[in-house]
Each structure stands twice: as C-alpha cells, then as structure tokens.
Write a protein that binds this ligand. Structure first.
Ligand code: ATP
Length: 395
C-alpha cells in the first residue's frame, strides 16, 4: 500500500467533481438533471423535501448499498415501474467519465445493481477508479454508543475508499461464513467441507484484519497532523479483535493458520451457538477522545459529533493523498450539532481539502459563512433550483 505524502511541501490535492447529476425514478424524483460545481454544494429545503435522497443517489456512485442501506425496491419512486437510475458526469485528474448505475424492477442484493462506465458494463468496484465517496449522516451520531457492527461497517467503508480490493475481500469472507453457518445450523458433520470453507475464511479473514490495521495506522498518522484540541479534537483509534490484535506479532501466513485452527477447533462451540463466534466479523473499532482521555461513548453528543467529523476529515485527507484525487463528501445535516465556530472551521477545512462536499440543512442561514463560496440549491419536493442569493443568507 502506498504511503501518504508526509513531506514538507504538501501539494494541493486535485479535486474530482460531479458536473452533472441525473436521476430517474429515484425516491421522490421522477426525473431530475442538475448542473453542479466543484467545492461546497449546499442543499436546503424543508423536512421531507428530498435533500437526503440526493445524497443517497450520489452514494450509489460507489460500491455497496448506499448511505441508507435500503432495499432497492424502496429506492425506486413509488408509482414507477420499480427501477431507478442515477447518472453522473465526472471531471477529475484522471479525465472525464460518465458513470451510470441503476436497477431493474426485480433487483435484489448488491449484485442486483447494474453499473456502466463510459457506456460499457462495469463492476461496482470499477467506479472507485474514478471517484471515492465518503459520507456522514445523522444515523451515525450514535456510532460510538451503538452496536459494534455499525463501527465495523464504518471502518470497512473507510478502508474501501483507499483500498478498493477490500469490498471483494469482505464479500468472499461473508459468503464463506454463511456456508459454514449453514453447515453448523443444519448439524452437518462433513469435515472435508468444513476444512475447505475454513481455509477460505482464514485467508480472507486475515486479509481483512490486516487491511483494517493498516487503515488505523495511516489514519492515526493523519489525525496526528490536526491540532490536538481545536474544533475537531484528535481521536485515538484502536481495534478490538483477536486477529487484528495479533497482527504484527507474527507473519501473515502464521496468523492465517492460527485462525484456521481456531475455526476448526471451535466447531463444537459454534455448532451449539448455531453460528461462527470468532473472526473479523466480531471485531470493533475503539475510539477515545484524546485530549480528554475519555472513551468516545462517554463524551457529550456535540463532542462525539466533533470527534466523528475529525475522523472523516482526516480520512478524506488520507484518501486524497493516497488516491491522488480528493474524495466526494456527503455531509447530511452536518450543521445540526455543530456551533457556528465549528461550522465555519469545517467549511475552511473542506476548502483546504479541495473536496466537492455536498451538505444539507433546513436553513441556508446555517451555511452563511459559505456565502459566495458555495453553490446553494433549494430542494422542493422533487425539484431543485438555485437558491436566490444573497437575501436568504442575510437573515
Ligand atoms: N420510493 C419513494 N418514492 C417516492 N417518494 C419517496 C420514496 N422514498 C422516500 N420518499 C419521499 O422522500 C421524502 C424524504 O426525502 P428526504 O429524506 O431526502 O428528505 P429531507 O429533505 O432530507 O428531509 P429532512 O430535512 O426531514 O431530513 C419523503 O417525503 C418520502 O416520502
């Protein structure tokens, strides 16, 4: 894996931006065509107008199930034939590209979403060659207090943005584990079958753990570049998980072999539980508020939000340096828990990162410090137009 640029002469990372976004039968949009500019893009409108839907559409320009993780039939506009399409014209340092994605009425699961790049059928992972998309949504406000699975998913998305092979690794591991869990729950005792599955789990599981450890190492270095206190305090990151904690203590092949042995030795225990109890699917990302030396889950709501924003910003910087192009950021209701000082600080950092950053809020006044430096768009139940300026910001 490449190292981020830590030199004295830090260059400005080139920006990738969506110049045009077109939606068909996507949530409350029957047909929409939007011209977008680089830098900050602010969507404002009343509750239920369709602001988050726009961010969700952009989140489909990266592998996975989008920022709501919704079943595809829910995403297609009610009253439509049951299929949706998102199309984006991308401009960036690697050239221009046309990215298209969508479903058919019977699409289910991740594989049910089709992708086209420059008119040709492509895999979802191929979109990562053109742009990286990272998001922060209000549902992530409970990231530090909620279940470990949410933090794992968050971490794996961070890894995916800098290491495109991570998605396939995770899919392969899950597929093998589902096979093993089926054998366990059906009380099958076919040792050869178990052996074959466990070899696959050991290989992919050790690779997943190694990629996560690497991510935490790189992100920790990047977080260290921020002021320790300041508007977005430094987070201290570590991983809880048998595999992750053993990395560095032994060569990768030995780690893989140990995990394989642990799986084989744990069959009876797992049979009693009806599922696999050990592996990277049980790991957790542990976050502490460094200046306060306190677990993140014990911090105030605002402090947790500031920590999370700090992590996402550092990750965006890391992604930019490693991928050679700044990622696209989706910041849903970002202003909600941030005071005016932190909002202004965030906008400054986004400009420095050179990201196209999509932000939503009910009131344009929340973004007043961006007046003249951002594209302001008003969302109104299925249509989007330029926000009249400057009056709306002078309030
Ligand atoms: N499949 C669908 N077809 C049509 N409309 C839908 C579909 N799914 C959701 N909606 C509508 O989209 C709207 C919600 O949009 P969205 O979540 O983007 O709102 P928002 O502007 O972000 O609101 P808030 O400020 O409350 O977060 C709701 O009115 C909802 O009924």
């Amino acid at each position: 894996m490449l190292e981020p640029d830590t030199g004295e002469t830090r260059k400005r990372i080139p920006s990738t931006h969506i110049g045009k976004l077109q939606l068909t039968d996507f949530r409350n949009y029957s047909s929409l065509s939007l011209d977008l500019r680089p830098g900050a893009v602010v969507f404002t409108g009343e509750n239920g107008a369709g602001k988050t839907n726009l961010l969700e559409a952009i989140s489909f320009l990266t592998p996975g199930r989008g920022l709501r993780r919704a079943p595809y039939p829910d995403v297609a506009r009610e009253g439509s034939a049951g299929a949706f399409a998102v199309h984006a014209a991308i401009e960036g340092p690697f050239g221009d590209a046309e990215l298209g994605t969508g479903t058919t009425p019977d699409a289910v699961g991740e594989a049910g979403r089709r992708v086209r790049i420059n008119g040709a059928a492509a895999k979802a992972d191929d979109m990562l060659e053109w742009l990286r998309v990272v998001w922060l949504t209000p549902s992530m406000d409970a990231l530090f207090t909620g279940p470990a699975g949410d933090r794992r998913r968050f971490l794996d998305r961070l890894v995916l943005a800098i290491d495109p092979a991570h998605g396939q690794r995770a899919l392969d591991y899950e597929k093998a584990m589902r096979g093993r869990n089926r054998l366990l729950s059906e009380d099958r005792r076919d040792n050869a079958w178990f052996d074959a599955i466990e070899i696959q789990m050991a290989e992919t599981g050790a690779a997943i753990a190694a990629a996560r450890v690497e991510m935490v190492r790189l992100l920790t270095a990047m977080i260290g570049r921020m002021p320790e206190t300041g508007p977005f305090p430094q987070a201290e990151l570590s991983l809880a998980g048998t595999l992750e904690q053993s990395i560095g203590d032994m060569p990768a092949v030995e780690l893989e072999e140990r995990f394989r042995q642990a799986l084989a030795g744990g069959r009876e225990r797992d049979r009693a539980a009806g599922r696999t109890l050990e592996g990277p699917h049980r790991s957790d990302l542990v976050v502490r508020h460094k200046p306060k030396s306190m677990p993140a889950e014990l911090c105030s709501t605002g402090e947790q939000k500031a920590l999370l924003v700090g992590i996402v910003i550092s990750h965006a910087r890391l992604t930019g340096e490693m991928a050679g192009a700044a990622p696209i950021l989706l910041l849903d209701e970002i202003a909600a828990h941030l005071d005016a000082g932190r909002r202004a600080a965030l906008f400054e950092i986004l400009e420095e990162l050179n990201c196209q950053a999509f932000m939503t809020g009910t009131e344009p006044s929340l973004f007043s410090s961006l007046a003249g430096r951002a594209q302001f768009l008003t969302v109104d139940h299925g249509s989007v137009g330029e926000t009249p300026l400057p009056d709306s910001l002078d309030r």
